[in-house]
Ligand binder design. Structure first.
Ligand SMILES: [Fe+2]
Length: 338
């Protein structure tokens, strides 16, 4: 029982996640102080909530972005400094380089994802299931070891029925797989590609010739069933469109390409993983912060009006990827000989 935090789950209309509030005080500074007093409480709550925590009312982070990094440090030994990880510097916060800017505003100028067609699902709700809703991924799965946890803060969200972030729970989806499919994916590996390296499904379908990789840009193998190092629970660990390698993958040892047997299996798994029963959709308010576990959740951004302005801040925490990655050097760091 925490002395500092009130933790209530699951999140609205979902089977996982929890909302965190302070027992005393409010705001980001008070939250940071409570996390120092009880440093194990929120990492434990994150594991108990199966990978997703929501904290609201942290608006003072807008004027004090370093607070977001301070909050992130509780979740692992290494908060990524994006100046050193081959990130386009226009997406890095100028004063706090541990913050990645996710925005359609200049200089980031990342356009919103496409609007699903049709714009609502058959049940009249926001589309969530792949392939109707696309863009499902887990952060930086094209790296080994991949990151553990992401924190995402709404500095300037868009209108409430747009620009949501969707989460699908890989553990719940894995448990619900038919036994034959569980057996089929038990030792399978996915080949995950860095966006921008020309390995996307779109590029493969268009018959483009992918450019040569530099060694540190190579697509990386990841287990399709990932064992969580804290909970010990298995979870589906998969991406689609732009973050799998559609030339040599999506799966190691299966027929490659966007029309091969690997593609058929990935479509089946991704469609299962993103069924509404495994999904939470977050409607952002300014000052909201979500903490998610990339080791057991995938997420996707939804469409918003391109003329509206959106600015979200993300940090990434590394350090406990699990035994499968023990002792590995960081795949994304160029070696001197390159
Ligand atoms: Fe992401």
């Amino acid at each position: 029982m925490s002395t500092q935090f009130e933790i209530k789950g699951p999140l609205k209309d979902a089977a996982f996640g929890a909302k965190v509030a302070l027992k005393q005080g409010r705001g980001a500074r008070a939250l940071a102080a409570a996390m120092k007093t009880e440093p194990g409480a929120l990492p434990e709550a994150l594991a108990d909530a199966n990978g997703l925590l929501l904290v609201q009312g942290l608006n003072e982070i807008n004027d004090n972005p370093a607070l977001l990094v301070e909050l992130s440090r509780v979740f692992g030994p290494e908060v990524e400094d994006y100046r050193h990880t081959l990130t386009n510097l226009s997406s890095v916060h100028t004063k706090v380089p541990e913050i990645l800017l996710v925005s359609n505003m200049a200089p980031v100028s990342k356009m919103p994802p496409p609007r699903p067609d049709p714009p609502v699902a058959a049940d009249g709700k926001l589309p969530v299931q792949y392939p109707h809703q696309g863009g499902w991924h887990t952060d930086q799965s094209y790296r080994r070891p991949p990151p553990d946890i992401s924190l995402f803060y709404a500095a300037t969200p868009v209108a409430k029925d747009q620009g949501q972030t969707l989460f699908a729970n890989g553990n719940l989806a894995y448990e619900a797989l038919p036994p034959a499919l569980k057996a089929r994916v038990a030792t399978l590996e996915g080949l995950h590609a860095q966006p921008g390296t020309g390995r996307s499904r779109r590029a493969a379908l268009a018959g483009e010739t992918p450019r040569a990789f530099k060694p540190h840009e190579r697509s990386q193998r990841q287990p399709v069933v990932r064992l969580h190092p804290v909970t010990g629970k298995p979870a589906l660990y998969l991406c689609e469109g732009g973050q799998m390698d559609w030339f040599d993958g999506p799966f190691v040892g299966m027929e490659p390409g966007p029309k091969g047997d690997g593609a058929k299996l990935l479509d089946e798994l991704m469609s299962h993983l993103t069924e509404r029963r495994f999904v939470y959709a977050h409607e952002w308010e300014q000052g909201d912060m979500l903490i998610w576990d990339n080791r057991c959740l995938v997420h996707a951004a939804t469409w918003y009006e391109p003329g509206d302005q959106r600015m979200m801040w993300r940090t990434t925490v590394h350090g406990n990827p699990g035994a499968a990655y023990a002792g590995e050097a960081k795949s994304w760091i160029p070696v001197a000989a390159e």
